[in-house]
Write a protein that binds this ligand. Structure first.
Ligand code: K7E
Ligand code: CUA
Length: 663
């Protein structure tokens, strides 16, 4: 095989031919008006939000497009000391699992909620690849509101993908595993005992609350990616699989034996019918369901004990295998719902399947035998056609809404645009380097917004100033409004970007949460005004009901804490203005800071381990007197008789303001 560098050089040369007489180096393969097209003037807003997975940082990040400006990092499965996610008492339950607290994960895919197959701007879902979980992030508060663990799963890669009306979020297991309930089996019994579970998670239309509706117990293969049907194929789901060899060791070799793996087609409407007929089986399973409540500003974690499974062998007509060359990765459905695009990482073609042909093949039973009891549809019977010589190592495909598809090629490091109807390649542009996922705004929906494609690259090399052994991660923005794709911008991302979605700013910006109303604060330890501030001892637990407002804490002097105490600072931010968070930190705390939004209460636990006077302070520059926003806690030896006292001195400015306000 060619070295990746040579392959890249070859592709760069190819790119040169396409852009004519541009200079030779990759850095200037940019059109003349690129700067103008990505320039968002100071004070102006971007046209799109780009919600980008952070891969091994377990987060999502939010960029503006076309500027590529980083707007926010949303911690999801990973602790985030910057705002106290996973450190505050309120957020800790969000990271609970059946294994206990798991403070990290690997987030690969984003799915934005849709209604009638179009973006509705309500939620972003993300998957945890390591300890299988699915999260729901609010696109109003840009906070993780819910995390659901998945039993009978390992490596939740084929996830989250959603149906047209967000009826279901699905999650296919990457590793086949024995049922949790009967897991102590020899690894060599893979073929008998290991199953590929797919979880169908239902989503409440109004609240977004998730629950596992059922799990499909399919043969032991690895699920990689998936897409729901749309339009005519609504009611179906398509999953790419690998390791249909069912190897349990040295998969690099043993799982690349077959010329074709499978796409699994699932008729979930039919599965629903079987469930109604009582074909589901209740099985014991242990998994956590974590919910963040905006009223109490507190998360709860509930351990669930049971899941409903459906065995397709007992429910004919739910699942079919379609052969797909070779080691498929992406499995993408075009906006009409008719075409299903497979992307064999080791294949020389891109196979495009037809939903209509698939239906006919199923009706006519044009099968090539079965795989572990599941009918295998004949390749040609479901195939619409193949894109010939598209490039090397196709991974993912998105759609521009104009009848074209754009596919990412890892090995040949390029984006290739092709026409869905005639399967002809129309254009190709190099990526720098080795693109993984790609994203067209609205690309996975029924109505792509088009305009741009963004490449999320796996290798950065020389694109930015070097920063030691670990380089910036890299995304690239291309204009796709004309016949030819044009590189506009490189922008660095945090973590390792896998999938991302972009959505018009107009669908989200207007709904942004600004503050939490203090009178609606239902937190158990809220102090909804300085008068409610207090310190309460319960045995060795000391609860500090503390308020913050520009620019002081109430109380800011506390005495009577003793060694052996556990102190809980319940900080309520009394501000009711947008953009005035306060922070809170304590010297020597084995914890992070917390950031408290206006009207919210958050709690920092602190166990003092030495005698002394310990400073506390606000960490977020909130006013000209932010630096004055500080206080002291006196810690005395265990058994000392220092009384519990607290207070804040009178503030003449605040007192005067109160009087004015009363008049
Ligand atoms: Cu990065 Cu979607 Cu995990 Cu392809 S996967 S690249
Ligand atoms: Cu409050 Cu700085």
């Amino acid at each position: 095989m060619k070295s990746p560098i040579l392959a890249m050089a070859a592709v760069a040369a190819l790119g040169l031919n396409l852009v004519g007489c541009k200079p030779k180096d990759a850095g200037s393969a940019v059109s003349g008006d690129a700067a103008e097209k990505v320039y968002v003037a100071p004070g102006k807003h971007d046209e799109f939000y780009n919600i980008v997975s952070g891969g091994f940082n377990g987060q999502m990040s939010v960029y503006g497009i076309p500027s590529g400006r980083l707007l926010k990092i949303v911690p999801v499965f990973s602790v985030f000391p910057e705002n106290g996610w996973g450190y505050s008492e309120e957020s800790k339950p969000m990271l609970n699992t059946s294994h206990g607290e798991v403070p990290w994960d690997d987030l690969h895919h984003i799915a934005l909620s849709t209604t009638n197959g179009e973006h509705d701007g309500r939620w972003a879902f993300g998957n945890a690849n390591n300890t299988p979980r699915v999260a729901r992030v609010s696109l109003s508060s840009f906070r993780t509101e819910e995390i659901l663990e998945l039993p009978n799963s390992a490596g939740n890669h084929s996830s989250p993908f959603i149906t047209e009306n967000t009826e279901y979020v699905i999650a296919g297991t990457r590793f086949s595993v024995p049922t949790d309930n009967n897991a102590d089996v020899p690894i060599s019994t893979f073929k008998q005992n290991f199953k590929g579970y797919i979880s169908f998670i239902n989503v409440d239309k109004n609240t977004g609350r998730m629950g596992i509706a059922f799990q499909l117990k399919t043969p032991g293969v690895s699920f990689d990616l998936a897409r729901a049907g749309k339009g005519k194929s609504h009611g179906w789901f398509f999953f790419s699989t690998y390791n249909t060899e069912q190897a349990n060791t040295l998969l690099e070799v043993n799982a690349s034996q077959k010329d074709k793996d499978f796409i699994l087609a699932v008729n979930w409407k039919k599965a629903e019918e079987y469930l109604k007929q009582g074909k589901g089986r209740k099985e014991p399973a242990k998994y956590a369901h974590n919910l963040y409540d905006e009223k109490t500003h507190t998360a709860t974690s509930t351990i669930m004990n049971e899941v409903i499974t459906l065995d397709p062998k007992e429910c004919p007509g739910i699942v079919y295998f379609i052969p797909c060359p070779k080691s498929p990765h992406g499995c993408d459905v075009d906006p009409t719902g008719e075409y299903i695009v497979g992307s064999g990482k080791l294949a020389a073609v891109i196979p495009v399947f037809s939903f209509d042909k698939l239906q006919k093949a199923i009706a006519d039973k044009t099968f090539d035998g079965d795989f572990d009891g599941i009918p295998v549809v004949k390749y040609e019977a479901a195939l619409y056609g193949e894109v010939q010589k598209p490039g090397l190592g196709p991974l993912h495909t998105e759609f521009d809404g104009q009848g074209n598809a754009i596919t990412s090629f890892f090995v040949s490091s390029e984006l290739v645009k092709w026409n869905i109807k005639d399967l002809k390649v129309l254009d190709r542009v190099p990526t720098y380097y080795s693109v993984g996922h790609l994203s067209i705004p609205g690309g996975p929906t029924k109505k792509p917004h088009g305009k741009y494609v963004i490449a999320y690259n796996k290798i950065t090399k020389d694109r930015y100033l070097p920063t030691g052994p670990e380089l910036a991660q890299s995304a690239q923005l291309y204009d796709i409004s004309g016949d030819k794709m044009k590189l506009l911008l490189d922008f660095p991302t945090v973590g390792e970007p896998h999938y991302a979605e972009a959505i018009p700013a107009a669908l989200i910006a207007k709904n942004s949460t600004k503050i939490y109303k203090i009178e609606e604060n239902g937190h158990k330890y809220a102090a909804k005004g300085e008068k409610e501030a207090k310190v309460v001892r319960e045995g060795n637990k000391v609860h500090v009901y503390i308020t913050s407002i520009r620019s002081h804490f109430t109380p800011d002097n506390i005495e009577g804490v003793k060694l052996g105490d556990e102190v809980y600072f319940h900080v309520t931010n009394l501000e009711q203005d947008w953009d005035v968070p306060h922070g809170f930190a304590v010297k020597g705390g084995d914890n992070a800071e917390i950031l408290i939004m206006p009207g919210e209460t958050q709690t920092l636990r602190w166990k003092p381990n030495r005698v002394g006077v310990v400073p506390i302070y606000c960490t977020d520059f909130c006013s000209a007197l932010h630096q004055e926003m500080q206080g002291y806690v006196r810690v005395s030896p265990a058994g000392s008789n220092v009384q519990l006292t607290w207070g804040t001195g009178k503030n003449p400015v605040a007192e005067a303001e109160k009087k004015v306000a009363k008049k």
